[in-house]
Design a binder for this molecule. Sequence first.
Ligand SMILES: [Fe+2]
Length: 343
Amino acid sequence: MALPADAGTGECKTMPGKILIVDDESAARLALATLLRREGFEVTEVRDGATALAHCASFCPDLVLLDILMPGMDGFEVCRRIKATPQTRLTPVVLITGLSATEDRIQGINAGADDFLSKPIDFNELLARTRSLLRLKQFTDELENAEVVLFSLAESIEARDPYTRGHCERLAQMSACLGEIQGLPEEEIKALRWAGIVHDIGKVAVPDAILLKPGPLSAEETEIMRKHPVVGERICAPLRTFRLVLPIIRHHHERHDGSGYPDGLRGPQIPVTAAILQLADVYDALTADRPYRTASPTEIALKIMHEECGRGWWNRELLDAFTRMIGNGQPGAPPKKMGKAAR
Ligand SMILES: [Fe+2]
């Protein structure tokens, strides 16, 4: 989305923002639509909440102007559903209220509304608020674009090694599933999903000669390889939305007994999300073919992990939960081949 001309900065003049107007009164709806179209916005108008939600999915508005009083689903409920849907939760919603409706405003804030307009609508106020919220939406979109770039980079790194195909996606699924079983908050489960994709993004700094080497690495090569968690954390650090992903990236090669890297953390010092991702990473590596050995069956892989747990590498409680999860049906497709993804 780009802003209409004279949107405050005077810089973005290429494309107007998209606005969805939701009001059961056709006269009010049409008046608003006409005024906003005249200002260069792309406007769609609908008369009820259910149609509004459908248009949020298809029209992808940058802003929703939403009347509260409508037959059927009212504006509060529409707002709540927009904010509860991952794809639209960042879309600004302006509720149109009665003149002195304090109750409405409180209820609107609880429903997640971003702003309010009172009837009768002052057009200058409408324009000012619209442009302000569209500017905010543009920043959000740019941030999301940055996330997309990072995910693409992670995918291209995975594609460098034919033995790791599908590894990240399986990791994301297994880690999120174990996170849910462990009762982690939703935001940490989301961080696990993202970390499954980007955890090895720091391998961008590892040369192919090391990344794809079929045999054991030399001490110097190992040192280069072991920098990838720190490099990955640095790449993703500027994104505030990656706040909970960063510790997973940095610590996904730590070990329970302190023998891992990069910080040699021990036991409870290791973030539980990082410990979860690591179990999935190790399991996926063991159950996949490598250039120098074939995949282990599930039971053998789990047996090896329990032996490693006996050596102090993994959190036993977490590994037991992981073992039960795999026993109940492993999430994700079966792995194919694997390179130096996990160990
Ligand atoms: Fe890694």
